[in-house]
Ligand binder design. Structure first.
Ligand code: ZN
Length: 118
């Protein structure tokens, strides 16, 4: 019997080593791509050169304080929303309450979606 329904082709995405965006791997021979675009490859190269100049290792990173503070602020908002949603869903789980909780969580999470490396 042939199954019926909607079929979705799932293609495994790679993650850019620089910005973390997903991208479709190129088909065919050759070295697999590691970056979503040429500018990311260039930035990563420059960052590695700069790290060499500063004598820091691959596991270390220099980040502007304001960028890190901004990230922590956004994570704090998300953490608070997760706590709110946990509490709200423990109190009630009707479709309307779940929808409201999901909206609340998405509002807190969306600002994190646009974050990329400076
Ligand atoms: Zn990228």
């Amino acid at each position: 019997m042939v199954p019926t329904g909607i079929f979705v082709t799932v293609t495994k995405k790679e993650r850019c080593l620089w910005c973390g965006r997903g991208f479709l791997p190129a088909a065919g021979p050759g070295r697999p791509r590691r970056y979503c675009r040429r500018s990311c490859r260039q930035r990563d190269y420059e960052a590695r050169r700069r790290a060499d100049e500063l004598g820091i290792g691959e596991s270390e990173l220099v980040v502007a304080r304001h960028a890190l503070d901004d990230l922590y602020d956004r994570l704090y908002v998300l953490e608070a929303a997760v706590e709110d949603v946990d509490r709200d869903l423990a109190a009630g789980d009707s479709a309307k309450e779940v929808r409201a909780a999901l909206d609340w969580l998405l509002d807190a999470a969306r600002p994190l979606c646009g974050i990329s490396r400076p």
